[in-house]
Design a protein around this ligand. Structure first.
Ligand code: ADP
Length: 189
């Protein structure tokens, strides 16, 4: 199995690059943001609770996203591999992911981290907010809050994978195809 973590701040291009990577490598895409938005659309209790936090740019509790990933891993036992997008976002989530994968005799091969400046992130997210309809993309102060959550709780997750020798950094500003080729080169190395 090929199991990858695609990492980077909100607006780094994880969704765009995931779509291309799953097509090329035949992976199952697990985006906790997408899973949470499906819960919201379905009007579940979990979705309603999560929405309050997401609309404020805050992370949802670890147990919620870990539970969602656990059930998706169990539901896709024959997958050729997974691409984790927007997860893990805390050290606790990274530890839980290692444990869950170990339960399937699997592990993460590498974390691909997209590097983008804060100025460019804000520009992209506001642009996306114009037609994505995402409440958390509309307001500059909420975007700033999400970037702050990233800096306070998520950025350190890169160190967790670096300590295992699995962190690969890729320049996230430039043409989509050029970034994609850089990601593929790291995967194949
Ligand atoms: P982006 O990468 O653009 O911030 P996502 O779709 O990945 O967008 O996430 C949207 C929101 O969903 C986050 O701001 C957060 O509230 C919540 N969320 C998604 N994944 C996680 C996670 N792994 N842990 C906690 N909260 C999460």
């Amino acid at each position: 199995m090929l199991n990858l973590v695609l990492f980077g701040p909100p607006g780094a291009g994880k969704g765009t690059q995931s779509a291309k990577l799953i097509e090329k490598y035949g992976l199952v895409h697990l985006s906790t943001g997408d899973l949470l938005r499906s819960e919201i659309a379905a009007g579940t209790a979990l979705g309603l609770e999560a929405k309050k936090l997401m609309d404020q740019g805050m992370l949802v509790p670890d147990a919620v996203v870990i539970g969602m990933i656990d059930s998706k891993l169990n539901a896709n036992k024959n997958a050729g591999g997974f691409i984790f997008d927007g997860f893990p976002r805390t050290i606790a989530q990274a530890e839980a992911l290692d444990q869950l994968l170990a339960g399937h005799n699997e592990g993460i091969q590498c974390m691909l981290s997209l590097r983008v400046t804060e100025e460019e992130l804000t520009r992209r997210l506001l642009l996306r907010g114009k037609d994505s309809g995402r409440a958390d993309d509309q307001d500059e102060s909420i975007i700033r809050k999400r970037i702050q959550e990233y800096e306070n709780k998520t950025a350190q997750v890169a160190g967790y994978y670096a300590a295992q020798g699995k962190l690969r950094e890729i320049e996230g500003i430039g043409e989509i195809e050029v970034i994609f080729n850089a990601l593929c080169a790291e995967i194949e190395a």
